[in-house]
Design a protein. Structure first.
Lengths: 113, 108
């Protein structure tokens, strides 16, 4: 298994543009998590899904952020419009259930200029 | 309320010295606690979980319910231990909380 796959690995965009981050969880895992990592705040949970259904999105910073999971093998995190303060590394993780060990993707480094 | 607190953002120790990364939690029930590690240019990965009572790469962590702590320890630090370490807690509702992380630097 290739593990959790995220794309792109790096994204550089201009303020105001729409950004879409993608994640493919490990096959068979029922829970998927999106995190944001910054130097100041460390690792923050943005949202997580159970069986494709969003369970807790209280970590989503603003309405500019949205996440979808149309099927068990794909999820997107969208920022529209993007702002410089959104610059961070965004991680996706999956687990068998919400209570199991989470396996992380390599992350997407986003830079908003 | 902050569920997991890692008081040190940065920690430097010399190679061969003991290392302790502190983690305190706030939860009234029985939490499940983890340590995750992120080495340079690698993805975040699980280091150990308290229910396994295991030692991984020489690291151990004991859950102290009286002090609500789950400190990560290693008796002799190695250069390859330099990384970012995150303490994490799962509560009874399956919510996962991470601390803000501690960057460990082992000085040769």
């Amino acid at each position: 298994d290739a593990g959790v796959i995220q794309s792109p690995r790096h994204e550089v965009t201009e303020m105001g543009q729409e950004v879409t981050l993608r994640c493919k969880p490990i096959s068979g895992h029922n829970s998927l998590f999106w995190y944001r990592q910054t130097m100041m705040r460390g690792l923050e949970l943005l949202i997580y899904f159970n069986n494709n259904v969003p369970i807790d999105d209280s970590g989503m910073p603003e309405d500019r952020f949205s996440a979808k999971m149309p099927n068990a093998s794909f999820s997107t995190l969208k920022i529209q419009p993007s702002e410089p303060r959104d610059s961070a590394v965004y991680f996706c993780a999956s687990s068998l259930t919400a209570k199991n060990i989470q396996y992380f993707g390599a992350g997407t480094r986003l830079s908003v200029l | 309320a902050q569920r997991v607190t890692q008081p040190e953002k940065l920690l430097s120790v010399f190679k061969g010295a003991p290392v302790e990364l502190k983690c305190n939690y706030s939860y009234s029930g029985s939490p499940e606690l983890f340590w995750y590690v992120q080495y340079s240019r690698q993805r975040l990965q699980l280091l150990l979980r308290h229910i396994s009572r295991e030692s991984i790469k020489g690291f151990t962590a004991d859950l102290n319910k009286g002090e609500t702590s789950f400190h990560l320890k290693k008796p002799f630090a190695q250069e390859e231990d330099s990384a970012m370490y995150y303490c994490a807690l799962i509560d009874g509702a399956n919510n996962l909380f991470f601390g803000t992380g501690t960057r460990l630097t082992v000085i040769p």
